[in-house]
Design a protein around this ligand. Structure first.
Ligand code: NDP
Ligand code: GDR
Length: 361
């Protein structure tokens, strides 16, 4: 019998990679997507088969993290062996604008799933993965950060995720649920949402290179992050649930770069060289023709910033055999290549209009 997995947030970056990974492992995969007035399944369309085809192993259900009864009904119907709780309002800056909704979906959402597991009598059957985050470390208390490093969240998002982290630990200890927190550091890919900084940079500079966009506006260029590839990280999410005992793990590369480094690496990939002038909110980047292509816009500064994150994934290396397969430069190359392709299509549309674009396709 195939194992059954349920993924919340299946339409997101990690959801798409994880669904594909589990299908390749022979799982029957169920995903929860939320109702939207426009299509929101672009990342998983290649996995989905028509409802009427036989031999399907990928199913989608409408649901929302803020709706307990809907979530409970899906879990009751699906009877999953494993639940991966990836759904979240995952944008840190947006969480300052929508703190209550972020708490509802990201903190109480995790509780709703754990309660469903408990009340449906699935505590012994269903294993639970919680998408925890390096944002929990926030104002850093130790470098590098490991499982034992104290938390100090710096955004409504991180505070909501702190609740989800501890409620997972509590349900593990109180009810014996096999619940694991993956404390994942930033992970990116060509499927990354366009408003996260890496994708904003690969997309923006590709468009500037082809003349579709004039300038890329960014916030704090000095922020330091430990960036890995989402494809590598979802494998660890699965592996955590295959262990004998439930435990929490840091997943990170152990390498740190600034946002400015990321801009420079993408520019290099595109054959552009950027010269930086000015400081802080006045900093700008110029191309070899002296044109300003990157500028700081303080609107992207956060009320409380997480200045620096660097993970120590020794525990995962020892117990899960974790070795990040993709290094920084390979990640930059892959993301830039994909966004350059998209920019080429945009440039065609801009130059010739929609009809020519259709013919070219
Ligand atoms: P995305 O933002 O790409 O995906 C989030 C997913 O959650 C989407 O499918 C989204 O649906 C769904 N979602 C949002 N709100 C709700 C809701 N109320 N009800 C149901 N579904 C909802 O995130 P990632 O894939 O990058 O991240 C996956 C998880 O891992 C998130 O929980 C994130 O906080 C966490 N995380 C991510 C890291 C990263 O670097 N990527 C690092 C550490 C943790 P829709 O498509 O309709 O918007
Ligand atoms: P982060 O990712 O906040 O770490 O959360 P994001 O890419 O949004 O920001 C990373 C750093 O870049 C700085 N920055 C900008 N950020 C954005 N989005 N847009 C900009 O224009 C910009 N300019 C500079 C930010 O200030 C920040 O320091 C991500 C999310 O996926 C979370 O869900 C996840 O938990 C963490 O990673 C780990």
């Amino acid at each position: 019998m195939a194992k059954v997995a349920l993924i919340t947030g299946v339409t997101g970056q990690d959801g798409a990679y994880l669904a594909e990974f589990l299908l390749n492992k022979g799982y029957e995969v169920h995903g929860i997507k939320r109702r939207s007035s426009s299509f929101n399944t672009a990342r998983i369309d290649h996995l989905f088969h028509d409802l009427h085809e036989s031999g399907r192993s990928f199913y989608l259900h409408y649901g929302d993290m803020t709706d307990s009864s809907g979530l409970t009904r899906i879990i009751q119907d699906v009877q999953p062996d494993e639940i991966y709780n990836l759904a979240a309002q995952s944008h840190v800056q947006v969480s300052f604008e929508e703190p209550e909704y972020t708490a509802n979906s990201d903190a109480l959402g995790a509780l709703r799933i754990l309660e469903a597991i408990r009340l449906l009598g699935l505590s012994k059957k269903t294993r639970f993965y919680q998408a925890s985050t390096s944002e929990l470390y926030g104002l850093v208390q130790e470098v590098p950060q490991r499982e034992t490093t104290p938390f100090y969240p710096r955004s409504p998002y991180a505070v909501a995720k702190l609740y989800a982290y501890w409620i997972t630990v509590n349900y593990r200890e109180a009810y014996g649920i096999f619940g694991c927190n993956g404390i994942l550091f930033n992970h990116e890919s060509p499927l990354r949402g366009e408003t996260f900084v890496t994708r904003k940079i690969t997309r923006g500079l590709s468009r500037i290179k082809l003349g579709v966009q004039e300038c890329l506006y960014l916030g704090n260029l000095d922020a330091l992050r430990d960036w890995g590839h989402a494809r590598d990280y979802v494998e660890m999410q699965w592996l955590m649930l295959q262990q004998e005992r439930p435990e929490d793990f840091v997943i990170a590369t152990g390498m740190q770069y600034s946002v400015r480094d990321f801009v420079n690496a993408v520019a290099k990939e595109l054959g552009m060289a950027i010269t930086w002038r000015g400081e802080g909110k006045n900093e700008q980047g110029f191309d070899s023709d002296g044109k300003c292509v990157v500028a700081v816009d303080p609107r992207y500064f956060r009320p409380t910033e997480v200045a620096s994150l660097l993970g120590d994934a020794s525990k995962a290396r020892e117990k899960l055999g974790w070795v990040p397969a993709t290094d920084f430069n390979t990640l930059v190359k892959e993301m830039t290549r994909e966004d350059l392709r998209a920019a080429e299509r945009d440039e065609l549309v801009k130059r010739h209009g929609y009809q020519i674009f259709q013919q070219a396709e």
